[in-house]
Design a protein around this ligand. Sequence first.
Ligand SMILES: *Cc1c(COP(=O)(O)O)cnc(C)c1O
Length: 430
Amino acid sequence: MAELTQLQTLLDRSAELDAADALAAFRSRFHIPTVDGRPALYFCGNSLGLQPKGTHDEVLQELADWQRLGVEGHFHAQSPWFSAHRTVTNAMARVVGALPHEVVMMNSLTVNLHLMLVSFYRPTAERFRILLAGHEFPSDRYALETHVRSMGLDPTETLLELHPHPGSHTLTTEQILAAIDDVGTSLALVMFSGVHYYTGQYFNIPAITQAAHRVGAVAGFDLAHAAGNVNLHLHDWGVDFAVWCTYKYLNAGPGGVGGTFVHERHGNNPDLPRYGGWWGNAESTRFTMDHAFVPTAGADGWQLSNAPILPLAALRASLAVFDEAGMDAIGTKREALTSYLVDVLDAVLTGVGGVHIITPRNAAERGAQISLSFDHDGKAVFDALRSRGVVADWRTPSVIRLAPAPLYNTFADVAALGKQLHAVVAKEVS
Ligand SMILES: *Cc1c(COP(=O)(O)O)cnc(C)c1O
């Protein structure tokens, strides 16, 4: 009974927390999906972010311009297509802490990862190893494995996966830095995620970057779960390159255009090997077909093809919301909302065996995701939550991921989730 009262007191606090939330009004800027006719308890913004209400008009404007102008839209559309990729770079750069010419939006994440490997993974007989976190997202694993194989290298000798110490779910920064030092002069590339998709651990990007550079290696990051989630300073941290997608925390819609960061010390080096295409060529000679490839300066010089206008329009609409809210305010709410979720989960799970939070408890080591690991029956809990209107996701072997997105989730959402989980675990786990 004492536990129930404690949980109830905590859930009752949600109204006061929502009233004090500086970003509360932003929820109304999004379409909230429904489950059985009621607004979903949507905790899946780390997988597919919700649609900003502004997206519809922004995309329809492109269709109208195409309808009205045909090919003339390249120069006369509301956002001329010729330079459309640049309409998002300033706002995108603010979100990831980059200079505008260090960011380009193009392709999709895994494609961009391969393109970055072409430029930044330059193995030699001595220096060829790649260090990554264990249990990484499959696409990254596949990209690295096939990429090194395409270069004639053996993935089993090349890829070093770092696993947590026994009994732990997450890596410590000390462990990562020690591994980098250990591999030393044979380390070509540290390829880490910013926020790990499974555990929700936010890695110490500046410390990893510095350690990689100390041993002469390149530091690259996959920010799929970090961009639009945690406060990044890619330029100041000296990160060599990064890639991300925009359909998770960045709310740019399914299949959204990917992002790439190339630090300016590399971006302005035309001699860096790369795969080229016409859109990455200097604009002045792009259409003169008789000369050798001359990359345009900055991250733009990695573009291959002309820009995807409809996905860029969706991203533009979303980034307008990010600009209005600001990453600092988003970060403040993210910490408060995620900490509240942890408190609620702790209260719900008091006395319930076999369920653990595997995401770091230190707020500096996580973003807006809490991963709950189940010793058994996890999938049944997930299914029961789904039937009660909770949209979360299940990751094999044993995790429910819950992501409270600061732009549209409320403290009341978290309280309602706690109430539903309490009802479910009382049935399923005990
Ligand atoms: C979501 C995600 C991807 C997705 O890759 P796409 O190329 O956008 O399909 C890749 N890597 C990580 C770590 C992810 O979280």
